[in-house]
Each structure stands twice: as C-alpha cells, then as structure tokens.
Design a protein around this ligand. Sequence first.
Ligand SMILES: [Zn+2]
Length: 419
Amino acid sequence: MMKVLLSNVVNGCRVGSITEVGRHGNKVLEFPGCLLYTRCGSAPHLTYDVLQKLDTVPEGVQITLPTLAEQHHVVKDFQQGIGKFTGMEDFFLYCSVQDPAVREATGYNFNKGVSVWGPGGRIKLEVADFMAIQKAFRPDWYQCLCDGDTASADTSTKRVRKSVDRTLNFLDQCLEIHQKSQELKGSEILGVIEGGDLLEERLRSARETCKRPVAGFVLDGFQSFAMERETRKNLLKAVLEVLPEDKPRIIHAVSRPDEVLEAVECGVDFFDSSFPYQVTERGCALVFPFSKRSHSDVCDETMIQGPDDSSQETTENQHCRGSIEDKRSQRTKFEMDLNDKEKYACDFRPVLPGCSCYCCQNHSRAYIHHLLQTGELLARVLLMMHNFHHYFGFFAAIRESLHQGTFQELKTMVTQRTK
Ligand SMILES: [Zn+2]
C-alpha cells in the first residue's frame, strides 16, 4: 500500500518519499520532485538508451493524452498497457489529461466532457471514452478527467463554478467505472482541484475532492499566464492547508525554476519537466546556478537578461508550434541562447563548464550553434540531454537543501538577477 513518508516540513516545504507505490507496489518517488516529460510516451528527442546516459532521471514519467489518445485502440489491441507499448515499462507512469508544454485552446469543453488536441485535431473525450483509454493504457496513476478551462482573464465566476462542478461530476463517474474495472486494478486515480482564481471555489473544490477516495491531488489552472504570482501563492497555500498531508500534490505547467521554488514553499510535491523541453525547442540551454559547486560566474555571464516578473514574457502564446521568433521571445533569464552567432559561433567552451552531462563533456557551444544554424536534429538531442540533466540536478539540489536547512540560500542563488 502506498505510503507517504514526510521526513521533514520546513516553513511549509515538504520533503520525503512515497514508497510502495505503483501497480506493482514496488516504486519509490522522492519529493519535491519532477516527472519526466514525454511526447508520445517517450522523452522528446531521446531514445531509451540515450535517456539512460543521464544520471538522476526521475522514476516517475508523465504521459499525456494529446499525443496518445488517437491511437488508444492500438494500445487496447496490444493488451499490455502503454508502458510496454512505448518501451517505458521500467518507469512509474502518470497520465495527465493535457500537455503542460502546450497552452490549451479555450472554449472547447462541454457538459459531458473535455477536448484535447492531437495531431489530427480535436478529440472529444466523454467519461466513457476517457476511461476506455485508461483501461487500455493502465498507468500507475492517472489524472481524472477535468475541466480546467479557467485560465483566460475574462473567465466569469459562473464559468469557474461550472469547472468545479463538472470536475467533481467527472470524478464521481470515473470512480464508479474505476472501481469495477479489472484492467485498472492497482492503478490509482488523482482528483483535480479547480476553481480558477477564486478562493471560495478553490476551497470548495479541495474540500469536495478530499471526500472522494483519490490517491492524490492535481492542482490545475495555476499556469504562469493564468494569474499573478501573489494570487497563485495565496491560493496554493489556502488549498494545500485543506488537503490531507499523507497524499501527494502535483502541479502542472508551473515548471520555471523560480515558480517551482515558490510552489515548494506552499507545499507542492511534484512538478512536470516541460520547461527544459521548451528551452530546448528554442535552441537554448539552462545555465542557472543551483549549487556552489557549479560555476556560478559562468552562469552570470551567459544568462539572458530577462524581466523579473513572469507575467509579461509568458502572455504571448506558449504554444510549442509557434514560429522561431515566438519561441525566442519567450526566453527566460535561466538560459543562454545558442542561436546567437556573435556570442557563440567561435566559443569553444562547453555549454556549461563543470557540467557532467554528455553534451558538455563532449561538445562546445560553437558546435551546438553550428548544428542549430544548419537545422540538424542532433542540436535538439544534445540540448535536451543537457537541459534535462541540469533540471533534474536542480530538483536533487532542492531536496538536499531541505535536508540541510539551506533552502533560502538555494532560492537566493536561483532567483538572483544577473548584472
Ligand atoms: Zn551539460
């Protein structure tokens, strides 16, 4: 039976591990932690072998419905679940409804279900369709069908209430099917907290979801573009106070390092790793410092000057299909832009000196720049390796700092402004 072991709670930050978790009851997930971001069930740009070259790959993998839902009949015929189908059966699989790297189109959910967008367009999922997919996939955990379409600024109170009601209604229906299902024996369902930016609705959603037999909670609708930082912080704190301590809390689309640290302080346990993927897609590399051992002087020199506040830079779309210009305008102060000819065409240092990843051990900034210029796929492979390595190392550093009592020092190091 799943056990949440809280080894410490420091100023609201939770650190510990979940043991005996998963369909076979044999996995351990450490938190605060992140889940490996995937597309079509595999790490973007990386084969299984290449993925193994990274150290500290998270045990938990996040798969999403947009790139997989269309093919679920194939997985059903295959009969051995999505883990085996995608060659990721060694991992703990968590299935989320939406892709955290892609901003959802608004206005397409309906009373009986929600829409996700696959390669072939809109996929309408009613409860029965959704549960058929879960039965075919058989993940360890899955996010319950939910209506999280409350992020745009003109969302009315009525619409927010509807998202809470619908989501609770979906949860009750999904639980009923789940409990009768042989295929889903051992799988667990996570309840979803909705409520937009309304405190009252957030609390109602949290309290009602707690009454259901869910294994954990997904905090939905807290994306950067959805609300101000302060609002998010206050809502998260209020909601997490209501939730039981012995169940995990996952948040989606809050994966920038500074936002992660703030959410950890509110008591969030798990994050997605869509951020290093987005950084890779714009030809950038993560270089923010999180350890005294890392070369923070190098980080300072290469980091992009960015606005302090997340609100402006993310208001444009975060859609990963945007043009290159769109992507470049979304750069953050945590990364360096290897497309920059003036700076990097003749820079023969590693991307991040001192980094132990395959990319930094074997290649130079000049070479990555050249690969980007010539449109070679290898540029994304190497950048993805470095960016995942750096991001996973960041989470290891968060856990270590909570054990050592140095979380505030880490926070200062990560969020410091470049000169
Ligand atoms: Zn590296």
